[in-house]
Every structure is written in structure tokens, then in C-alpha cells.
Design a protein around this ligand. Structure first.
Ligand SMILES: [Zn+2]
Length: 225
């Protein structure tokens, strides 16, 4: 049976705990405004995030990275119709064809769009994606790839950093299209302008905060990676 998200009514209630447990989905935040879910998929342990408006039940997914059956089940349960890609590297996009096939729209920045065989919309800089009453703003941060993008949740100290910022430093710039000077400029001019309490939710591994990482910027420059 083929799952088709367009055939499902969005669930404005709570997704069942049993479903979350079965799909190994972690709830990172849940309050009266917002819910943030995380699951790890594929051989590179990619983080996939769901941002959900608690009040309306609208939800969006960040990075259709891998394990499309698991992601489609989650998308169907939550009525998710849209995916934002942090960048076009292979480990972040393996489930893109399957979710598009199921009627879910996938967006990527123009500068990374050539890395995808197909997509539905382009993500521009400082573009706001409304998720119910929540607003997710794109912050384009080239360096890891030419079109890497982060997403800042407005009104909450939460930033989805893709592979641009991790605990301990910037993302790898040794792949084709990567550039260390460019990623450091992106970090300094676009990410470290947010307050220290900003929680960084990266594309792999654990979270950090800008406050924990800020003292190490000079060190990263010095070492060159
Ligand atoms: Zn990457």
C-alpha cells in the first residue's frame, strides 16, 4: 500500500505516545505553543526534526534524510505536507523522492538545488515559513555547501543548524563546494548574532548552545577547520 499524505486529514490532536515510541521519536520540547520532535535515521545518524504548532496541529519536517517508510508514517500521523532541506548532501536527502511521491512538498535553497534530482520549491534567505502560529525563518549560511541553510524558530531560542554548526565547531568544509573561510563568515555574521541561550539543533549528534560555542570561535579560525 502506498501512503499518500494528501489523503490523510491533519491530526490536530496529539500524536499517540505509542506511535512515537514505535518510531523511536524523541520529544525535545512540548509546551502550549510548540512541539519539537527528533529522530535519528540512516547510516550517518542524521537528525530529522519536526516542528509542530501545538495550537493548530500544523507541522513541518526538516531533512527527509533517510528511512523513508519511518518518515512517511510520521508525516501521515502528523499531517505533514512540507519538508525543508538544510542542504543537499546525500545523507540528508535519501528520503526526498519517496516523500515527494507521497505528495509532500520539498524545498531546498537555489544554490544546493542541483544536488537534488527534483524538488518543489526554493527556500530564499530570510524567508518565513509559517507552521500554524509558529514562524520558522531561513538563514542562509554557505560554507559546508554553497546553499546550506539554518532555520530559526521565531520567539523561541531554537535554531536548526544542519551541518553548519555542531558542538565543537563548524561543519566539514572538505567536500566539493565547501569552504572554511565562508563557513566561518556565515557563523560570525549570521548565527552568532543570536543570543547565547540559543539552542543549536544540528543535523547529526547532540545539541549545544551559542553560549557554549562562542568562546571557541578564535580557536576554530586558528586551527582552520
Ligand atoms: Zn552535509
Amino acid at each position: 500500500m502506498q501512503l499518500n499524505a494528501k489523503d490523510q486529514l491533519p491530526d490536530s490532536g496529539n500524536i499517540g505516545d505509542a506511535t512515537l515510541v514505535r518510531l523511536s521519536v524523541n520529544t525535545l520540547l512540548k509546551d502550549s505553543d510548540a512541539e519539537i520532535l527528533q529522530l535519528s535515521v540512516g547510516p550517518m545518524d542524521n537528525n530529522v526534526y519536526v516542528i509542530r504548532c501545538t495550537q493548530t496541529g500544523d507541522a513541518i519536517l526538516i531533512d527527509a534524510a533517510n528511512e523513508h517508510e519511518r518518515l512517511l508514517e510520521l508525516c501521515t500521523a502528523l499531517g505533514i505536507r512540507k519538508v525543508l532541506e538544510t542542504h543537499g548532501h546525500w545523507d540528508h536527502v535519501q528520503a526526498v523522492p519517496a516523500v515527494r511521491e507521497a505528495g509532500i512538498d520539498v524545498g531546498i535553497t537555489r544554490d544546493d538545488s542541483a544536488l537534488l534530482s527534483s524538488y518543489d520549491f526554493v527556500i530564499d534567505d530570510e524567508e518565513v515559513t509559517e507552521v500554524g502560529r509558529l514562524r520558522l525563518k531561513s538563514v542562509i549560511t554557505p560554507g559546508h555547501t554553497p546553499g546550506s541553510v539554518c532555520f530559526k524558530l521565531e520567539g523561541l531560542p531554537i535554531l536548526f543548524s544542519g551541518d553548519t554548526l555542531f558542538p565543537g565547531g563548524p561543519g566539514n568544509t572538505s567536500f566539493e563546494g565547501g569552504n572554511f573561510e565562508t563557513i566561518m563568515k556565515s557563523l560570525e555574521e549570521r548565527l552568532f548574532v543570536f543570543p547565547d541561550d540559543t539552542i543549536i539543533l544540528p543535523g547529526h549528534g547532540s545539541s549545544t548552545t551559542l553560549g557554549k560555542e562562542r568562546p571557541h570561535l578564535a580557536e576554530w579560525h586558528e586551527r582552520g577547520w
